[in-house]
Design a protein around this ligand. Structure first.
Ligand code: GLC
Ligand code: CA
Length: 552
């Protein structure tokens, strides 16, 4: 067993957590200030979104220098202080490492385009123009083509899956693999405990001369050619072997947005040197409205308990003998869970139930900052407040289809990722205790805050704290998982070890429900209401949930 088999991860978006020098941007000193809070809440691991030097085209995912901290966040001394204090408190820190691409301002890329003998040319992916245009029709995740002209040679293009200012690295080149391993080792030496490997499923590309047959757009996004190709595992293994030889317990947490359970198993098989766990981004049991005019990302959706049960039972079963699933309601790439799933979340019981149903399953909880106080996303006033590329594309697209601006604003406020990147709400002051200056990302917020939640024993925050305490019980950390067949509106599962067993029962409805208890000498651990129970029957009120334990 490694330390990370018991990880409970808190995801921090550094620019939005706490500003200590009042420039409106969160910083490392802000994180240091709240390490005690994180520890007290019961987290034991922190994942920081990228903190390296970056032009901030994509909020740090475009790195121009991997060996230093971005000056807006702090410097090497702040970093050492953060690691030292975190470790003193028993917290692990993992850094987000963009490995699929660099910034176009990175010295490797600058040299590759300006020096005809550059040894870094082969660090990137190039192709000559074909009949005077892009080498193929593949679409970028951020809109348009994956190809952009070499600014110093108009007949040649470079490849970028994301923004055109983020050229993809050529992982076929062993020098690239080695250089990225050197970056990882540099930070491991400075004390970090592992990495989130950003977008790793995209590091291998198909034959660049192949065109996509999808015809929905001029440059269709077609994963076939640049996601989960077999070479991903080959490229990763050399790199990962080097990291693990250097620090065997370095935790590698891979981002595999489009992974299904079987892909996750493929990438986390022990001793194959890819990842320890992977996290994907569509395990939320969502059912979409099907308005063909609206791109899927922005469509209204609701949580379907049936889909969710199906998803959980699949992931838990496929990964059972392989690795730990990751358990998450969201991250910086989608709107916050309380805004996204059309649930009656004005009722705190619903927020608490969502947490319990997910995090007590077998796996590693990954909780996005603010979720633990029931924070909603930012609500912007005007569509002109949105300036990320995906939002701009949506606005153009829907205006051309005569949608009115209010409707577009509503879709953006419910689904756009920028709404989820607002300041952490520490108190009720003007900028919520985040800063004295207007935050870099700011709009209307809700009124919840750490200061208020901490005083109220019935708050969402106190429920999360108790829940993470319960999660550390042996049955909820390492027990097996079994879904129980129940009333369709109930979600119930058993977690079992040789010594004891845990039972979670969730009433996913606004009606009271009864539930027949399996054999056991059940005692109540945590619930979001006063539960009624005898040795056979458990009664739950609307949106009630509870976690019980018994000897096996
Ligand atoms: C990942 C990140 C996302 C970023 C992208 C490119 O998907 O989570 O925020 O834009 O990679 O690095
Ligand atoms: Ca600051």
């Amino acid at each position: 067993m490694s330390w990370y088999d018991k990880a409970i991860i808190y995801q921090i978006y550094p620019k939005s957590f706490q500003d200590t020098n009042n420039d409106g941007i969160g910083d490392l000193q802000g994180i240091i200030k709240h390490l005690d809070y994180i520890k007290d809440m019961g987290f034991n691991t922190i994942w920081l979104n990228p903190i390296f030097v970056s032009p901030q085209v994509d909020n740090g995912y475009d790195v121009s220098n991997y060996f230093a901290i971005d000056p807006i966040l702090g410097d090497t001394n702040d970093f050492s202080e953060m690691i030292e204090k975190a470790h003193r408190l028993g917290l692990h820190i993992i850094l987000d490492l963009p490995i699929n691409h660099t910034s176009d301002q990175h010295p490797w890329f600058r040299d590759a385009i300006s020096n005809s003998n550059s040894i870094f040319k082969d660090y990137y992916i190039w192709h000559d123009q074909v009949d005077g245009h892009e080498p193929n029709n593949w679409g970028s995740f951020f809109g348009g083509s994956v190809w952009e002209k070499n600014p110093n040679d108009s007949k040649e293009y470079y490849f970028h899956l994301f923004d055109k200012r983020m050229p993809d690295l050529n992982w076929k080149n062993p020098e690239v693999q080695k250089s990225v391993a050197d970056i990882a080792k540099f930070w491991l030496e400075k004390g970090v405990d592992g990495f989130r490997l950003d977008a790793f499923i995209h590091i291998a590309k198909a034959n660049l001369e192949q065109n996509s047959l999808l015809t929905d757009q001029k440059f269709p996004i077609d994963d076939t050619f640049y996601a989960k190709l077999p070479a991903v595992k080959d490229y990763m293994s050399g790199f990962v072997k080097e990291i693990k030889a250097f620090k065997p317990d370095a935790f590698l947490f891979g981002e595999a947005a489009s992974a299904k359970a079987r892909d996750a198993a493929e990438y986390t098989r022990p001793n194959e040197n890819v990842c320890d766990v992977v996290v994907n981004s569509d395990n939320f049991g969502e059912e979409y409205e099907t308005d063909p005019d609206i791109p899927k990302f922005f469509q209204s959706r609701k949580l379907s308990l049936d889909t969710l049960k199906q998803t959980y039972v699949t992931w838990e079963s496929v990964l059972e003998k392989v690795s730990l699933p990751t358990l998450t309601w969201g991250n910086h790439d989608i709107s916050r869970v309380l805004d996204r799933l059309n649930l009656p979340v004005e009722n705190d019981k619903v927020t608490e139930l969502l947490a319990m149903m997910l995090f007590l399953q077998r796996g590693i909880p990954v909780i996005y900052y603010g979720e633990e106080i029931g924070m909603h996303g930012l609500k912007y006033k005007n569509i002109s407040d949105f300036d990320d590329q995906r939002a701009l594309d949506l606005i153009n697209n829907l205006r051309s289809k005569s949608f009115d601006d209010q409707k577009i604003l509503q879709l953006l406020n419910n689904q756009d990722e920028m709404t989820a990147r607002g300041p952490m709400q520490w108190d009720t002051s003007q900028y919520r205790g985040f800063s004295k200056k207007r935050p870099w990302n700011w709009a209307q917020t809700d009124t919840t805050s750490v200061n208020q939640e901490i005083k109220d024993p019935n708050s969402v925050m106190m429920f999360y704290r108790e829940l993470l305490r319960v999660k550390k019980h042996e049955c909820f950390t390492s027990g097996t998982y079994r879904l129980l067949i129940t009333d369709p509106k109930i979600y119930a599962y058993l977690r079992r070890t040789d010594h004891n067993q845990g039972l979670v029962v969730i009433n996913f409805s606004d009606q009271s429900k009864t539930f027949e208890l399996p054999k056991g000498d059940w005692s109540d651990n945590l619930s979001n209401e006063k539960i009624q129970m005898n040795d056979k029957i458990l009664k739950l009120g609307p949106w009630g949930c509870c976690a019980l334990e018994s000897k096996s």
